[in-house]
Design a protein around this ligand. Structure first.
Ligand SMILES: [Zn+2]
Length: 296
């Protein structure tokens, strides 16, 4: 019996990973200028940050493996080269799928300690029934850090900062101090309810704290590359922070009253937020289902 269940499990995981297979010819890659040297590259999966200059090409995240060739082509089209450095904002496959290709062609990969750990053992994300196989050594970060790390290149000081228990257990955002640009990783979903990987150490409270850190670094001119959604700014980040705070206050109240997740959903605590935030990745009901366990 156990064997049958296991076989079904593997089958289900296999089917859904097929469903998320990325066909390179169906994806168009675009590079949006953020400054003279920084671009946001979009295709399928998390937004990529690109920083070009005389010291070499620096990349933040790399979407899916089948897209690497197209991504490198897009990088070259705006004056960059095969990345010298790559940093992963977190372990999710839509941000790290190109690691093996890039690492294998000489790119030096950086990440928080926990990202390397997750990538080296593989993962299964229940929410999307998504299985990520362990990466081969070529795809694993070579340099890891526990708190933060700084890069000094291409005329800027680039600070990668870990934020605990936010979207996952190993998120970092990247701050270009001179250019006044932030790549927020998946701390920021610009315009819709964010996925929070509670199963792997994420929490709503951590997302709020991380967002507050970003807000403290930003001014009205800061360009903010969201993990998902369009290129953003402080006004948009602020309204996202407000939404997270409102959701937290209401959900933690229900939790303190001892309500189960079903009872919390039935109480429709986010009804007034739905129109603005519920038309992206998740409807409010589904979002409550995802984050409730991580409300504490
Ligand atoms: Zn993610």
């Amino acid at each position: 019996m156990d064997k049958i269940i296991m076989a079904l499990f593997i089958l289900a995981a296999g089917c859904t990973s097929l469903a998320t297979t990325v066909q390179a010819d169906e994806v168009s890659i675009t590079a949006t200028p953020v400054t003279d040297q920084i671009y946001m590259i979009s295709g399928k999966g998390g937004n990529i940050g690109l920083f070009i200059g005389k010291d070499g090409t620096f990349l933040i995240d790399d979407q899916f493996a089948p897209l690497t060739e197209k991504i490198v082509k897009a990088i070259k089209s705006v004056g960059g080269d095969t990345p010298k450095f790559l940093i992963n904002t977190h372990y999710h496959g839509d941000h790290t799928g190109g690691n093996e290709n890039l690492g294998g062609s000489g790119t030096l990969i950086f990440s928080h300690d926990n990202v390397r750990e997750s990538l080296s053992v593989g993962s299964f994300i229940e929410t999307f029934k998504m299985k990520n196989a362990a990466l081969s050594p070529a795809g694993l970060p070579v340099v890891t850090f526990s708190e933060d790390i700084s890069f000094h290149l291409n005329g800027d000081n680039v600070h990668a900062v870990h934020v605990p228990h936010a979207h996952t257990n190993g998120d970092s955002f990247i701050h270009f101090k001179i250019a006044n640009v932030i790549h927020a990783g998946d701390i920021f979903f610009n315009g819709f309810y964010p996925f929070i990987d509670v199963q792997h150490g994420g929490s709503l409270k951590g997302m709020i704290k991380a967002t507050d850190k970003l807000l403290a670094l930003a001014d009205e001119k800061t360009k903010i590359i969201a993990g998902h959604g369009p290129l953003g700014n402080k006004v948009q980040l602020k309204s996202y922070r407000q939404m997270l705070g409102t959701a937290y206050a209401r959900l933690s109240k229900l939790k303190n009253e001892g309500k189960t997740v079903e009872e919390a959903i039935a109480a429709s605590p986010l009804a007034d937020l739905e129109e603005t935030w519920g038309d992206g990745l998740f409807k409010g009901e589904r979002w409550i289902e995802l984050v409730y366990a991580g409300v504490y």
